[in-house]
Design a protein around this ligand. Structure first.
Ligand code: GLV
Ligand code: MN
Ligand code: MN
Length: 430
């Protein structure tokens, strides 16, 4: 069945309503180039949160916000003490990203809850849609804040410590920004970075977490499929590296007298690329580089760069990271420079739960639509939630595989079909 025959599929969900909401939300933070920027708790993210809270209120989904700024809508089940089903993703974006990454998964959750309500279905267990605070980490180079608080991964005190240490480019700490956000009025007054333990949910309260996301790759497009079942998500390690040499005059310092931090960093970056290439599976990226003092006629005395290493195989990823760290230290030492490596965040890869995957598969067969499975190279909140509960993800075809970019796109037909799969999957889990 081709997805563009959508009219013949008799979908239960309201695809047009979902699409219109997605396009409306995409206007918040939209820039001239068509990109969308809503980084955590910036003015546009706060505007999007208010828009979302209003949507939940209009849909009579009893919204609330928790201490970490996660926003929930819900239908209370007939049997509220049963563990709840959670559908979610995030509303924040990277700088100049697209309007699908995150937002689509959250709005699909709303559409599922609205459809249940319209059909007069009160499920046995409670169902919630959640928008998780800061999946992207674009503003503070610190990601998964909402999901980490929800799961209680590293403990509330440690998370608070990390939020105090993380600063944006203006030098304002995450903690301070959260405190400011708590003054935004109703709902926001629940944000409390000093009591993040209040956001933690218990394992016994959640049955499963499902996230729908654009694929951000070309696999589904190449297979000519609108929807795929995610088998697992690659783990990642994120670190910051500082190379310290000696700044000096570009005209008067002989080449053999230099301690150039940038040439050392350049050698490190090429070596990182080679180590990942030789690993047959890991990917490694240096995406951000800061050169100091940053003058054309001064030898760079200090370079800070970020490191992002991913792999679905945890052991291989750890191996790749160890090799990268060793080579950075060796390159710095060879050149007589100092280096400091600060691991920032680390997440193990997570496998989807067989029972959630089966519910997605059965839903596809019911429609009927071909069943296709693929892994996720991108990170998602589902990785963090995987420490708490059964997780599953549904991918929607991305045009040309483009994402984290203004041209990010999935078609109306694919989004509607994906939401139908989510609705049917959810019914099976409820
Ligand atoms: C999240 O988008 C990531 O994979 O970095
Ligand atoms: Mn993203
Ligand atoms: Mn995302």
């Amino acid at each position: 069945m081709e997805a563009n025959n959508i009219e013949s599929l008799h979908l239960t969900i309201n695809g047009k309503r979902l699409w219109n909401q997605l396009m409306d939300l995409g206007k918040i933070g939209e820039e001239d180039n068509g990109g969308v920027t809503r980084t955590s708790l910036d003015q546009k993210d706060i505007e999007a949160r208010k828009w979302f809270l209003n949507l939940l209120e209009q849909a009579d989904l009893s919204p609330y916000m928790d201490a970490a700024g996660n926003i929930f809508g819900q239908i209370i089940g007939k049997n509220p003490e049963l563990p709840a089903v959670l559908i979610g993703s995030h509303l924040d974006t990277v700088n100049s990203g697209g309007c699908f990454d995150g937002a689509m998964g959250v709005l699909m959750g709303v559409e599922v809850l609205c459809t249940l309500k319209e059909k007069g279905i009160q499920p046995e267990r409670t169902i919630k849609v959640v928008s998780l605070t800061d999946e992207e980490g674009a503003r503070f180079d610190y990601a998964f804040v909402g999901s980490t608080a929800l799961v209680g991964t590293e403990g509330a005190d440690k998370l608070k410590e990390n939020l105090a240490a993380a600063t944006d480019k203006e030098g304002i700490s995450y903690l301070e920004v959260m405190r400011q956000a708590s003054l935004e009025g109703e709902y926001f007054n629940q944000i409390n970075p000093d009591r993040l333990e209040l956001a933690q949910v218990r394992e016994k309260d959640v049955k499963a977490y499902i996230e729908v996301h654009i694929e951000q790759g070309k696999v589904l497009e190449n297979e000519d499929l609108a929807v795929g079942i995610v088998t697992g998500i690659s783990g990642g390690e994120w670190a910051e590296v500082t190379i310290t040499g000696e700044a000096g005059h570009a005209g008067t310092t002989w080449m053999n007298e230099r301690k150039d931090a940038l040439t050392a960093a350049a050698e490190c970056i090429l070596e990182i690329e080679k180590i990942a290439q030789d690993s047959s599976g890991s990917v490694a990226t240096v995406g951000k580089l800061e050169v100091k003092p940053g003058s054309s006629n001064v030898i760079p005395g200090r370079v800070d760069f970020t490191l992002d290493v991913r792999d679905i195989d945890n052991e291989r990823r750890e191996n790749t990271i160890a090799k990268i760290y060793d080579s950075i230290r060796a390159i710095a030492a060879d050149r007589g420079l100092r280096c400091e490596i600060r691991p920032v965040q680390s997440l193990a890869s997570v496998m989807s739960s067989p029972s959630v995957m089966k519910a997605v598969k059965d839903s596809l067969q019911e429609i009927p639509y071909p069943v296709y499975e693929l892994p996720s190279g991108a990170a998602h909140d589902a990785m963090v939630l995987g420490e708490l509960t059964d997780i599953g993800m549904i991918f929607i075809r991305s045009k040309s595989g483009i994402s984290h970019h203004p041209d990010e796109w999935s078609s109306f037909e694919d989004v509607a079909l994906g939401c139908e799969v989510l609705y049917r999957t959810t019914l099976k889990l409820l």
